[in-house]
Design a binder for this molecule. Sequence first.
Ligand code: CP
Ligand code: NVA
Length: 323
Amino acid sequence: SQPATRHFLKDTDLSPAEQAEVLELAVRMKAAPYSVQPFAGEGSGRKTVAVIFDKTSTRTRVSFAAGVADMGGNALIINPGEAQIGHKESVEDTAKVLERMVSTIVWRTGAHSGLVAMAENSRVPVINALCDDYHPCQLLADLLAVKEHKGELKGLTMAYLGDAANNMANSYLLAGVTAGMHVRIAGPQGYLPAAGIVESARERAAESGGSVLITTDAQEALKGADVVATDTWISMGQEAEKEARLQLFREYSVDEAAMALAAEDAVVLHCLPAYRGFEISAAVIDGPQSIVWDEAENRLHAQKALMAWLMHRSGLAVVDGLP
Ligand code: CP
Ligand code: NVA
């Protein structure tokens, strides 16, 4: 019988063992980019992957298009405003049409509930390409970059500073503890992860051997950290709050003073686009501890592995070497 379809809507949709399996596959596929072909058509999955954007993108768009092409398929990129989804037609009806034509549905949107509705009505995998609450594909790329630079993820300390209530903060927390890391999140009062996210992170940490620290004290988060991460203070849709936000997060900038508190060999992550002089200084992002370009490249490799893994586990394609 057909196994249940696997989706990737938030970081904890992969168990610790499954996340490790996807990252291992990404290492393998980075070394042999055409070795896995889940979108090759005949005898494998359908050739087309729908990649839908309700918000703008550079990395996500290019990495999914390039990744699908590498794996024998074609990415149909649907830009903001080009489809009826959500205004002239429900998400549910859209899902029921798309799942009959494509191998996988990738969607960047606002509300997470839309992704849940899409997944509930789709027999092909649905992937969250960023929503207001999570950016789980980005975290697979980040963890792959850390793994390449540090080896084992389990036991490392990762500090995230800045807007700690946004999609990246949530994903650093959830994906980090899934990898068995000690995750520290620092931001001002009122801009920290929601209680439900923290609870789910603590549950995951108990399972993986990781831990969770939520604090308003940037220095407490940074002390001895192996990985330091940040993100824009003004996420897509928050442009009207720009002036207030530039003041609000000032103490949480990843600059030279902040890096002096982290471990001497700490690496720095930023999902990009970056605003030098605000959430991160030019000296840090363009300096020797920054691994942001490897991180960006790894969007390609990590998402290829994720797509192949989801197709395999959903019984829609076979990837040699996977259980
Ligand atoms: N990091 C990231 O998701 O970049 P884009 O918004 O350019 O896709
Ligand atoms: N937090 C940012 C991430 C961009 C990749 C945003 O949502 O705009």
